[in-house]
Write a protein that binds this ligand. Sequence first.
Ligand code: SF4
Ligand code: SF4
Length: 172
Amino acid sequence: MNNEKKCIGECLSEAAKGAQALIAGMVHIFKHLFIKMDTIQYPEERREMPPSTRGRHYLRRYDDGLERCVGCSLCAANCPVSCIHVEAGENNPESPVSRGERHAKEYRINILRCIYCGYCEEACPTGAIVLRDHTELASYKRDDYLYNKEMLLKYPKYQPERKNFWKRWLSV
Ligand code: SF4
Ligand code: SF4
């Protein structure tokens, strides 16, 4: 008889614990019904990336269309994984490509080797090479990751502006 009572007591205690856990779970779920979800419907919706995001590389131009890159190779010299290749060419004064004496005749980045450290951007004296907040770089084709100068000068369709970023270069 005593054993039976003990067994019933243990069963009731376990049932009470189960009910307690169930109620706690329901309360937790109920609370989340009224909390704003962090999930977004990507790719229809996109988050604004932080200003410090280091994504895809671009070569910038001045407002008059001239290229900022003067082919000095400082970016390549500072790249820790040697994934930048620059070949400089002399500017024709009749139809200059850049504002300097020289311009980048060839500019290539093997983006598969890049570690997105931003050293190239830091080293560039004219603000030509920049890492922007475009991070959708996936592709099945290896060639898509070998950026040449034409690809670097072209912005993709989706290119949100990086707020506060240009302030750094306004005086350049
Ligand atoms: S971000 Fe770093 S690794 Fe990538 S190209 Fe620039 S310097 Fe090289
Ligand atoms: S991107 Fe800048 S650092 Fe690199 S070669 Fe051009 S001017 Fe020089």
